[in-house]
Design a protein around this ligand. Structure first.
Ligand code: F6P
Length: 365
């Protein structure tokens, strides 16, 4: 039987992306406008639930503004560090603060919680919900598009648009100077952004972590392009691609137990090696966090709106421990567990890779 809901909470967690504000707007519109519930916006993900007093505010009709559709980032703030089950403290150790987060939810008097996150955040929020007996519904967001059980996640489309637009900008300057342009894109351990943007932006070579490459194969492709009369080439490389000998290129941010490691820099390695081996004049662009911001593409606004409404309907129906998902033109919902059991990386035999190969794009294999 459905619960008597009066007040729900919403938070954004993990790296931000375009389309999060569309979700917040849709959740408020449906929960408050249709069901008459109070909606509490929790600030900075689980960090807001750890703060005392709890860092949150009651949302009002201001979030119904259509500006929310156009605005990147998240009006609630977010965090991609500070796992409450292994929270970093000053002396480099980690402690379990999960019960404090659960207590934070109780202090807000929430009947249910909506968490918008990627695989890591959703896994943490689900664990908290199980431990604290909380009514939890998840909404998938990640520019990496690596969550399982959904065809796409909020933020991916805008990131692909940004990366495609970067190739649109790089092509004329590459052709004017007869250069090989290397574009490094994000995506964590998945090559989805590189693959989609590479196809849409006319790349000649796409390097993704799911398909091992060899410089000899890339050089062959560049030589064939030159022989055909082409004076430039576009190479897209996903950040998690390794060196030819198998090392990941990463940077460490911060220190102690809270230190974070992110990918970044493989583009410069690829560019330098290609210049050395083929004699080509190369230049490298690392797109970075530009892919996370900007005006959300229509698809991310639509997805955010549809996911927000469906998440509220799940709560109204008393259906918890579920994640909303996109499948064959429909919004569906799936058990959270099915979405977080392993990253959904690029299928090397899937339709997108076949498309790229059919177009003559090289994966360096
Ligand atoms: O998961 C989203 C993402 O943008 C990845 O593509 C990237 O590897 C990482 O986050 C960057 O994290 P940060 O914002 O901490 O630099």
């Amino acid at each position: 039987m459905a619960l008597a809901i009066k007040r729900i909470g919403i938070l954004t967690s993990g790296g931000d992306c375009a389309g999060l504000n569309a979700v917040i707007r849709a959740v408020y519109a449906h929960a408050n406008g249709h069901f008459g519930w109070e909606v509490i916006g929790i600030h900075n993900g689980t960090a807001g639930l750890l703060a005392r007093p709890v860092d949150a505010r009651k949302l009002d009709d201001a979030v119904l503004s259509s500006d929310m559709l156009r605005q990147g980032g998240t009006i609630l703030g977010t965090t991609n560090k500070g796992d409450p089950f292994a929270f970093p403290i000053d002396d480099g150790k980690r402690i379990d603060r999960s019960n404090e987060v659960i207590d934070g939810v109780r202090q807000l008097g929430l009947d249910a919680l909506i968490g918008i996150g990627g695989d890591g955040s959703i896994a943490i929020l689900r664990r908290l919900a199980i431990q604290g007996g909380l009514n939890f519904v998840a909404i998938p967001k990640t520019i990496d598009n690596d969550l399982g059980a959904t065809e796409t996640s909020i933020g991916f489309e805008t990131a692909v648009q940004t990366a495609t637009s970067a190739l649109d900008h790089l092509q004329p300057t590459a052709a004017s100077h007869s250069r090989v342009m290397v574009l490094e894109v994000m995506g964590r351990d998945a090559g989805h952004i590189a693959l989609s943007a590479g196809i849409a932006g006319g790349a000649d070579v796409i390097l993704i972590p799911e398909i091992p490459y060899q410089f000899a194969a890339i050089e062959k492709k560049l030589a064939a392009l030159r022989q055909s009369g082409r004076n430039f080439a576009l190479v897209v490389v996903a950040e998690a691609v390794k060196t030819e000998s198998g090392e990941a290129i990463t940077s460490v941010h911060g220190g102690g137990a809270g230190a974070m490691q992110t990918y970044g820099g493989i583009g410069h390695y690829i560019g330098a090696e290609l210049a050395k081996r083929s004699g080509a004049e190369t230049r490298v662009t690392v797109l970075g966090h530009v892919q996370r911001g900007g005006t959300p593409e229509p698809k991310d606004r639509l997805l955010g709106s549809a996911f927000g409404v469906h998440a509220v309907d799940l709560i109204a129906a008393g259906k918890f421990d579920r994640m909303v998902a996109w499948n064959s033109r429909q919004v569906i919902d799936v058990p959270i567990q099915t979405a977080i059991q392993g990253a959904a990386t690029v299928d090397p035999h899937g339709a997108m890779v076949k498309t790229a190969r059919g177009l003559g794009i090289s994966f360096g294999d």
